[in-house]
Design a protein around this ligand. Structure first.
Ligand code: NAD
Length: 450
């Protein structure tokens, strides 16, 4: 469903009307195109005294072709502001944030990026340091709300010892791949297997070369986009969907040079069939994306048990059964990646969606419960929590709910399936081995939802 309001606001008449009436004016977001530079212009990098990340991050960014500025110049525009706040060990030192950002925030360019780097509060060495580091969340989320013109802000907590494991995350949050991710807190190196840095891809444009990926619900919508993006990054994608979606499924698989597998994820024999298929046809499996999901909305008082059961079955039960079968078999290759698809309805709840909200919160439980265990075998388990994404699912929402849902986010627009897919591709990257146990919202900092 086209966002006609956004089209209007970007026309000459629309710009005039929106300016006069003070209406939301969604900026067309910069999205990734192959060959595009990480940033269009320079990044200003700063640090509080004693920061442990500034040097490594500067090297990583220079290596990625980013022009670095170390002191602000009046009148310059920056594509990114990156601030290492790990040196802040007392709330009084939070003033360093004010000193760095107060004047430079106005210099962030269109679709620019703000990234604050911190120490996970629970790993602070003192209570005062913990308090100060926790404060970074409120700062970053508020900055995200103040930025304009499609710019975003994220906080990345990096565990001590994981300084070298940040590159895939920086490349994601700074690039156009994170267009609809805003106001998020990301953790690197916190969930088990401390110190895992992962493998730097030989080619950052094809990080998934040689990998085999399973994507469920891949015949359309977000799943089709995940298949495209993982294939673009070099993976062989096995696209799964129900037999009724067979024609669309084959079209997606053919378009990405992958394989189509018609399966209902809830069937009792599906987990065993998947294990057999990947062992025989692909000699293993690297990436598992549990994207298949359904809604059967009704207020709880009107919800029959069939609606409840079907949502729980597709959105969580089937995924646990598949995980168990894969983890018990020898089909998973080293450094495997499990990725769940939650929803902001699973974080904040949603009217008419007690079944769906339950299942999507349970997906977060699956991440929390499984991430530390899979870390022991070098694997990771993360999830995305999409907000309003332009798909058939959201096109079916009545217009009176759809319009505010689109507009009530910091970016004042819905996201695209590709925004969810890019976030999943970041988790899947072999260099993201220390990115484990995260649930990152892809919601443009939606105010509906959490
Ligand atoms: P969609 O309905 O367009 O696609 C879902 C796909 O899953 C369909 O192709 C469907 O056939 C498949 N599927 C359903 N049951 C299945 C089963 N038993 N076995 C195999 N495949 C099955 O939905 P979408 O909008 O692309 O959503 C994809 C995921 O993203 C879902 O998990 C959804 O809950 C989640 N999500 C979507 C949004 C949004 O705004 N669209 C927001 C939050 C979360």
């Amino acid at each position: 469903m086209a966002d006609r309001y956004q089209q209007f606001t970007n026309s000459p008449v629309g710009k005039f009307v929106v300016g006069k009436l003070g209406l939301p004016s969604p900026t067309p977001l910069r999205r990734y195109q192959p060959g595009q530079p990480l940033l269009e212009g320079p990044a200003l990098v700063g640090a509080a005294p004693g920061g442990r990340l500034e040097k490594t991050v500067t090297e990583q960014l220079r290596g990625a072709g980013v022009e670095i500025a170390t002191s602000a110049t009046a009148g310059s525009s920056y594509s990114a502001l990156v601030f290492d706040a790990t040196g802040i060990s007392d709330p009084k030192q939070l003033r360093e944030l004010h000193s760095f950002f107060q004047s430079t925030i106005k210099q962030v360019g269109t679709c620019g990026r703000v990234v604050v780097l911190g120490t996970p509060p629970e790993q602070a060495k003192s209570t005062r340091e913990r308090v100060a580091q926790r404060g970074l969340e409120g700062f970053t989320r508020s900055v995200a709300k103040e930025l304009r013109n499609g710019a975003t802000a994220q906080l990345v907590y990096v565990a001590p010892g994981s300084e070298g494991a940040t590159e895939s995350t920086l490349r994601f949050v700074l690039s156009a791949k994170s267009a609809f991710v805003d106001g998020q807190v990301i953790r690197v190196g916190t969930a088990g297997a401390g110190g895992a840095t992962g493998t730097t891809p030989a080619d950052w444009d094809k990080p998934l070369d040689g990998k085999v990926a399973l994507v469920t619900g891949a015949s359309r919508g977000i799943g089709a986009s995940i298949a495209e993006v993982l294939a673009r990054d070099g993976a062989h994608v096995v696209a799964v969907d129900v037999p009724a979606q067979g024609a669309d499924l084959s079209a997606v698989a053919n378009a990405v040079g992958g394989s189509a597998l018609q399966l209902d994820v809830t069937a009792e024999d599906t987990p065993a069939k998947l294990v057999e298929y990947f062992a025989e046809r692909h000699d293993g499996l690297d990436i598992v994306v549990h994207n298949a999901g359904i809604t059967r909305d009704k207020k709880l008082a009107n919800m029959d048990s069939a609606r409840w059961d079907s949502v729980i079955s597709v959105n969580i039960d089937s995924q646990l059964a598949i995980n168990d079968a894969l983890l018990e078999s020898s089909v998973l290759r080293d450094n495997a990646r499990f990725i769940g698809v939650s929803s902001i309805a699973g974080i904040a709840g949603n009217l008419g969606q007690t079944n769906y909200g339950t299942s999507k919160a349970a997906v977060i439980g699956m991440v929390e419960g499984t991430a530390p265990a899979v870390a022991e075998r070098g694997a990771t388990f993360n999830a995305v929590a999409p907000g309003f994404i332009e798909t058939r699912m959201t096109a079916a929402i009545p217009v009176t709910i759809r319009e505010p849902a689109r507009r009530l986010s910091t970016l004042a627009q819905g996201g695209l399936p590709v925004d969810v897919a890019e976030t999943i591709a970041w988790y899947a990257n072999p260099a993201s081995a220390a990115v484990n146990g995260n649930v990152v919202r892809v919601c443009g900092q939606a105010m509906i939802g959490a």
